[in-house]
Structures are given as structure tokens and as C-alpha cells.
Design a protein around this ligand. Structure first.
Ligand code: SF4
Ligand code: SF4
Ligand code: SF4
Length: 340
């Protein structure tokens, strides 16, 4: 009979890594949906549409990475931890640390957008609609997310001085930016619906279109991962050239042609390791040399994420310090507030 003591052995089986990843991603996605629902109830209460108060879940700030980048610059310049969206900053710092040590582990194991994209990709693979973009198209498209990242880095890291950051932080828009994000999802405009429809449709043809070509957050994590230690290593003596690793790789990486994968597209998802039919052919390594236990990647990602979360809870950097009355007041105007 299966008992708790069998779990480590089950997790060590290569094929189960795929199921482990699915379970972790699904758990985070369900949690995000639950937080989104709580946030909607809070928003309704703030607008007077409901009598019953539901606490605002701080985790929704994970969807405010631009605000988090502004806060990170302020933290570096002044040592002040953002009191308005502290959870957003905490999650952003966790993502950066994960990127530095465990590749794009946030994308591979946690991000619900990545999970949704992976689901569409799997459906596309089953329906045989997925195609690999030719290099002449792939390379220019790949540059788009770096251009977007460069735009935000220029605007926030280079151009925005402390006075501008402080002024932005005090704007009513900054207080309600989470409510604006909620409105974006629950009351999407016609253009939003068209764009989302396009992204879903094209993801059936081009795997992970949004993540691969357009997401600046993923671009940042991919660049950080280039400097990190963890890599997938291929033992070319053991490899039988079956290319199963490449068929399942969500980063569309030519795994079978490399000895050590250190691509900014590598999510550290272990799908290649799980699919490889040869024992010890694909392994997790430090700098492509020293072999590490396979579970180092997911356990490292989750440990860093929850460590930062626990620290933020303990140190009072998780819940917003904005008084409820003030937030309620501004939420009522959120529909009409525009970016300053
Ligand atoms: S690339 Fe962006 S959207 Fe995709 S999984 Fe990574 S952070 Fe999420
Ligand atoms: S190389 Fe392996 S770990 Fe990296 S993205 Fe591809 S399947 Fe995932
Ligand atoms: S799946 Fe394993 S054996 Fe097959 S090509 Fe990839 S690394 Fe080689």
C-alpha cells in the first residue's frame, strides 16, 4: 500500500516529474483563482455592492510587476520597503532570486499564465497544430520581449528619479492599480478581447507565444538565469538521439544538440528529463559540471518562494498599510482614474 514514506521515491522517478510539475502549477493556478475571487468580493464590498466584508488578498499584487520594479528601485535608493503594495515587491524579489539560482523557475513551476499557456500548448501538441517557427521569424520575434523589457528598464531604472518615484507612489492611481487590473479582467474592452483571443489562437500554432515572444517579466528572469548555476546537462555518450526531450521542451530548445543547456528560454521545468528514456542521460547540474539531485530545481524554487513569503509575513512586509477607509474611497473612483 502507498504511504507517505514512498513519496520521495515516487518523486525521484523521472516520469513522475511531469506529473509533479502539473500538480504544483495547478495548485498555484487554483490559488490565484481563489485570490482573484476574494479580491472581487473585496472590490464589491468597497464599492458598496455588498454588506459582507472580505479581506483583500495581498497575493493579487503578484500581477503588478511594473509597480514592483518601481518599488524595488525605491528600496535600493532609500531602504524603504513599499508600504502600499509590499506583497508585490516581495514576490518580485522572490522571482529575481529564483531566476538567479533556479533558472526561470517562476515561469516553469509557479506562474499561472505560464501554466495556462502550457495547457494550450499540450492541446496543440495533441491536435498536431504546433509548428516550430523558422529561424528568420523566431529570432526577430524573440527580440520583442527584450525590447519591452528595455523600455521598462529605461523608463523606470534609468529615467525615474527618486522624486518621480515618490510622486508616483502618492498618486491615487497607484493605490487602485490592483482594482484597475481586476477591471481589466472582469470588464475587458473589445480590443482586450481581440488581443486575448489572438494570443490564445496563435498559441495553438506557436508554443507559448506570449511567454516566448512578448512577456518582459520572463525576459528579465531568462537573462538572470544566464548568470545562474543550474543547468540541464546531457551526457552525449548515453544519448540515443531520440529527440524526445525536444518534443516536450516548452522553451523549444535543441536539447539533443547541447551538452549543457544555459538558454534564457529554459524554464527549469524538467520536462526534458522526465521524457528522456535513458537513465542519467539528462541531469540537473551546477554550471554543467557538478551533478545535482534532480529535485534541486523544483524544491529550490518552492523553498525560495515560501521563504520570502514567510519572511514578509513575519517582518510585516506582506499586508498593505493603506487604511481601509482610504482604499475604499479611492476604489470607488478607480474606474475613472488614469495613469498619471
Ligand atoms: S514568461 Fe511571463 S507569463 Fe510566461 S510564465 Fe514567465 S512570467 Fe509568466
Ligand atoms: S531544456 Fe528542459 S528544463 Fe529547460 S525548458 Fe526545455 S524541457 Fe524545460
Ligand atoms: S531524450 Fe535523452 S536520449 Fe533522447 S535525444 Fe534527448 S537527451 Fe538524448
Amino acid at each position: 500500500m502507498l504511504s507517505l514514506k514512498h513519496i520521495p521515491a515516487l518523486l525521484r522517478r523521472r516520469k513522475n516529474l511531469h506529473h509533479l510539475r502539473f500538480a504544483v502549477q495547478a495548485a498555484f493556478a487554483l490559488f490565484c483563482l481563489y485570490c482573484g475571487y476574494l479580491f472581487y468580493l473585496f472590490y464589491r464590498w468597497a464599492l458598496g455592492g455588498s454588506e459582507s466584508y472580505v479581506a483583500r488578498p495581498p497575493s493579487v499584487e503578484a500581477f503588478l510587476p511594473i509597480s514592483a520594479l518601481v518599488s524595488l528601485k525605491r528600496l535600493v535608493l532609500t531602504g524603504v520597503y513599499d508600504p502600499i503594495h509590499p506583497a508585490g515587491l516581495t514576490i518580485f524579489i522572490a522571482a529575481i532570486l529564483i531566476g538567479l539560482f533556479f533558472r526561470k523557475g517562476l515561469c516553469g513551476w509557479i506562474c499561472p499564465v505560464g501554466f495556462t499557456s502550457n495547457l494550450v500548448e499540450r492541446l496543440g501538441l495533441k491536435m498536431k497544430t504546433i509548428r516550430r517557427a523558422p529561424k528568420w521569424l523566431d529570432w526577430p520575434l524573440l527580440s520583442l520581449k527584450y525590447l519591452l523589457l528595455g523600455f521598462f528598464v529605461y523608463l523606470i531604472v534609468l529615467k525615474m528619479d527618486l522624486a518621480a518615484i515618490e510622486a508616483f507612489n502618492r498618486t491615487p492611481y497607484n493605490l487602485v492599480v490592483d482594482a484597475k487590473m481586476l477591471l481589466f479582467f472582469i470588464e475587458p474592452g473589445r480590443l482586450t478581447l481581440w488581443v486575448m483571443g489572438f494570443l490564445v489562437a496563435i498559441s495553438f500554432i506557436s508554443r507559448n507565444f506570449w511567454c516566448r515572444y512578448l512577456c518582459p517579466y520572463g525576459a528579465l528572469l531568462g537573462l538572470l538565469a544566464l548568470a545562474g548555476p543550474t543547468r540541464i546537462r546531457r551526457d552525449k555518450e548515453l544519448c540515443i538521439d531520440c529527440h524526445k526531450c525536444e518534443k516536450v521542451c516548452p522553451g523549444a530548445i535543441r536539447v539533443a544538440a547541447k551538452e549543457s543547456v544555459n538558454s534564457p528560454e529554459c524554464l527549469g521545468c524538467l520536462e526534458c528529463v522526465s521524457a528522456c528514456p535513458v537513465d542519467d542521460c539528462l541531469t540537473v547540474s551546477a554550471y554543467g559540471r557538478k551533478r545535482l539531485p534532480t529535485l534541486t530545481l523544483p524544491l529550490g524554487v518552492l523553498a525560495l518562494f515560501f521563504l520570502l513569503w514567510g519572511w514578509a509575513q513575519w517582518s510585516g512586509h506582506w499586508h498593505s498599510e493603506v487604511p481601509l477607509d482610504l482604499l475604499k474611497n479611492h476604489y470607488q473612483k478607480s474606474r475613472f482614474l488614469e495613469h498619471p
